[in-house]
Design a protein around this ligand. Structure first.
Ligand code: DAH
Length: 342
């Protein structure tokens, strides 16, 4: 009988250690501790055991019963915890703070591009500044070297307020204020909404977004400008982007450039997007004109700097394959849905 009890103990131990499901545990319990279970049978059989051994056998059988009950409870708990963990890990994560039954929107493509750019520039030591949408004529034009009656004003017709102020035509309008506020050395970007009195078509809107940037310090050169632009564009398009500079005229920079990137759609071979030229004009830029530095209280003999005016709307269009600028201001959720924006 003692051998039988030891044997049962070994059997139960092995079965328990192999058990992986709650059901296995229940089967083991029934097999050993159930009404017709193996241990109960032994206890029932005690009457047939020799009287001198009966106490020893009874103690052993009872001990086994108690040990097994405890082991089964422990194993049950262990398996339950494992099953729970598995359930949690495989279940979709649920955010209980999200309101239910809402057709949830997404950030606007321009906001996404703007945030991405801000992060990249911040990682390169630039601060992010705000500009006004309503500006003085001085800030928008004179302070960036576009005096009254300068022909460059013709390209930037805008909306005038009765008090003589205007809706800013370019983010460059904040250059002067930022220079006066921070002095040198200066590394800042300032994104913003711009307005022009335009004839609307697929590439012209009366409202669009730019991101201006300036870096002013001793010995800043065109090499710095190219480096920053290339790093930035490669990060935003998540691949190595080829850039080139062409001469461009803007009254607030000297020399001024048009920065082009190799067409990301055709790789430079020529397609509809790049109008078969292989390059896309993306970012006018240049070395800040000495007059602009002077008006910003900075000595051009001592300091130099670059400035650029990235077309945020254009960048978003390129990134999301949008071919009509008007889509961006249309507030039409269907277009956002097509862009696979999360
Ligand atoms: N403000 C110009 C525009 O809207 C863009 C621009 C050109 C900005 C050259 C710059 C620059 O900072 O250096 O057309």
């Amino acid at each position: 009988m003692i051998d039988k009890i030891n044997d049962l103990k070994a059997q139960a131990k092995e079965k328990l250690s192999n058990a992986t499901h709650s059901m296995d545990i229940e089967n083991i319990r029934v097999e050993f501790l159930g009404k017709k279970g193996k241990i109960i049978e032994i206890l029932k059989d005690l009457k047939n055991v020799e009287a001198s051994k009966r106490k020893e056998v009874a103690t052993l059988a009872n001990n086994l019963k108690n040990q097994l009950e405890e082991a089964i409870e422990n194993k049950k708990e262990e398996i339950k915890n494992k099953e729970y963990e598995k359930k949690i890990n495989s279940a979709k994560k649920i955010d209980l703070t999200v309101p239910s039954n809402l057709n949830i929107g997404s950030l606007h493509p321009i906001t996404i591009v703007q945030k991405e750019l801000e992060e990249i520039f911040e990682s390169m030591g630039f601060t992010v500044e705000d500009g006004n949408e309503v500006e003085t004529e001085y800030n928008n034009f004179e302070a960036v070297n576009v005096p009254k009656h300068h022909p460059a004003r013709d390209m930037q017709d805008t909306f005038w307020l009765e008090n003589g102020q205007l809706l800013k035509t370019q983010t460059s309008a904040a250059q002067n204020k930022i220079m006066l506020k921070y002095g040198t050395p200066l590394k800042a970007i300032f994104p913003g909404r711009c307005f022009r009195n335009e004839e609307l078509d697929a590439s012209h809107e009366n409202t669009f977004f730019q991101m201006e940037g300036m870096m002013i310090d001793k010995d800043v050169s065109i090499a710095n400008l190219i480096y920053f632009m290339k790093t930035l564009l490669s990060q935003i398009f998540k691949k190595d982007v080829e850039v080139r500079l062409r001469p461009g005229y803007f009254p607030f920079v000297e020399p001024g450039f048009e920065l082009d990137i190799k067409c990301l759609y055709c790789g430079g071979e020529g397609c509809k997007v790049c109008k078969h030229g292989g390059w896309i004009e993306l970012c006018p830029c240049g070395m800040i004109h000495p007059n602009v530095l002077k008006m910003g209280g900075i000595n051009p003999e001592e300091y130099s700097g670059f400035a650029f005016g990235l077309g945020l709307s254009r960048l978003a269009m390129m990134k999301y394959g949008i071919n009509d600028l008007r889509v961006l201001n249309s507030c039409d959720l269907r277009s956002l849905k097509q862009m696979d924006i999360k």
